[in-house]
Write a protein that binds this ligand. Structure first.
Ligand code: ADP
Length: 445
């Protein structure tokens, strides 16, 4: 028990003894006790009122002076108050330090509440996203940034990849936007200016496209002359026939690389597929089978399975190019006598899927994540020998991305590989249903 409480109880006991003696003297016990209790209550009431006034407005009312238990209580309250003020000052310092550091960040940062309203943003965000403190605080970010691509990104909830979009205030500025969820439903939006990077990327793309384009004509000319020389039957050229044959082979290889590079830069430079239609998959599968048999020259068994009535909505030229790359790879990397199976089916969740399975040389697991990189080959010599450009799977990846598809590779060295391309179910077109449906050109994905 604290000293104040001991003193209070001792005072009460002393008053009791005094009242007992006085009561015995004058013979009015009850009246005396009631009077004493009323006085005691009045004292506490006055103390309580002074304490309340002081707590409510400490600036207008001085700290109450008191004795005993009340003094101890007032001192305790004062101590708690001082501690609270210190903590508040410390938090304030931390908060302003945090704000200063985020303001100094070169990237735009916006704090979004659980309903997507903007709570706070740094000065870069104000400049780049066009936010104004008085006007926009508390408004939804979807109302403030109206770009439809951003709206879809915000609504989809999958923020594992950043989004690239033009800055709302200036189309020439390119932003990379990232959203990081944290706390209870809160999100942190970060936007980085990647204009320079995008410009460099465009320069690189244009350079590759221009070089490839410029090389096309000279290569065609050289190849044409070499062909004429080879076919001329001129005896004077016979000592050179081996050399001419090799030169012709190499020009064909270079022509293929140039064509693949041009196709890749076309795929990269237009984000949207220009011409989409319902691709007749059973017809395309027949074309792919014929191509595989032509390349194999009867050295492989080529089998095809097709889901009847299932077609795919997309660009026929791009899809044919991607699928034939996979089919030709299967033939090229499967030794004579092997089997190649082309499969077109509907997956368990309604997603259309094209796959090619072979029982060829297979691929070691460490190479699989890098296969879609340009010019990445497991065995450079073998790829060249079989007429590969090293660009086939990069083309496949680009075409699939443009069709919101996914490439999956399963392979075991010595046993074979399966390359599967799955597409969203919105790209599936069932023949019987499609006949009753709206015009294909207005199909929304
Ligand atoms: P390339 O023109 O060299 O075939 P790709 O981009 O088409 O280039 O393929 C990249 C590499 O992936 C190939 O060099 C090869 O090593 C490997 N690869 C692709 N498909 C197969 C397959 N079906 N079986 C084994 N290896 C494959």
């Amino acid at each position: 028990m604290s000293k104040a409480w001991q003193q209070e109880l001792a005072g009460i006991a002393l008053a009791g003894v005094f009242l007992g003696l006085a009561g015995a003297g004058i013979g009015h016990y009850t009246a005396l006790i009631i009077a004493a209790l009323l006085l005691y209550l009045a004292w506490h009431f006055v103390q309580l009122t002074r304490l309340t006034l002081w707590l409510r407005s400490p600036k207008r009312h001085a700290r109450p002076y008191s004795v005993g238990l009340w003094r101890a209580i007032i001192e305790l309250v004062e101590e708690l108050r001082v501690r609270g003020k210190k903590r508040k000052r410390k938090l304030g310092r931390m908060l302003s330090g945090f704000r200063e550091s985020t303001s100094a960040l070169p990237d735009a940062t916006v704090v979004l509440d659980d309903r997507g309203g903007v709570e706070w943003w740094n000065s870069v965000a104000g400049r780049v996203l066009g936010l104004e403190r008085k006007r926009d605080k508390g408004l939804g970010i979807s109302e403030l940034i109206s770009d439809p691509v951003f709206q879809t990104y915000l609504a989809c909830g999958d923020y594992s990849r950043p989004l690239q979009m033009p800055a709302p205030v200036d189309d020439s500025v390119n932003l990379e936007v990232r959203i990081v969820p944290y706390g209870k439903g809160k999100r942190l939006l970060q936007a980085r200016d990647i204009t320079r990077l995008s410009q460099l990327e465009t320069v690189r793309r244009d350079f590759v496209a221009n070089v490839s384009h410029e090389m096309r004509t000279p290569l065609t000319v050289v190849h044409g002359y070499l062909e004429s020389m080879n076919d001329s039957g001129d005896q004077a050229l016979s000592p050179w026939s081996y050399v001419l044959g090799q030169m012709q082979q190499q020009t064909v290889r270079m022509q293929r690389i140039v064509e693949d590079l041009l196709l890749l830069s076309r795929l990269e430079s237009h984000n949207n597929i220009e011409e989409q239609e319902v691709v007749d998959m059973s017809a395309l599968m027949s074309v792919l089978k014929e191509g595989a048999e032509g390349l194999s020259a009867q050295n492989h068994e080529v089998a095809v399975t097709v889901e009847p009535g299932l077609n795919l909505y997309g660009s026929v030229t791009e899809l044919e190019s991607a699928f034939s790359n996979l089919v030709f790879n299967a033939v090229r990397y499967t030794p004579t006598g092997g089997r190649v199976t082309l499969n077109w089916e509907c997956g368990d969740e309604g997603e259309p899927c094209f796959s090619v399975t072979d029982n060829g040389i297979g691929i070691a697991p460490e190479h699989i994540p890098r296969l879609t990189e340009r010019f990445y080959r497991v065995d450079v010599g073998r790829s060249r020998q079989s007429g590969g450009t090293g660009l086939g799977l990069a083309i496949v990846k680009h075409v699939l991305t443009r069709h919101q598809g996914r490439l999956q590779v399963k392979s075991e060295p010595g046993k074979g590989s399966t390359f599967s391309c799955s597409f969203p179910d919105s790209r599936a077109c069932w023949e019987s249903l499609e006949n009753e449906k709206k015009p294909l050109t207005s199909r929304s994905l």
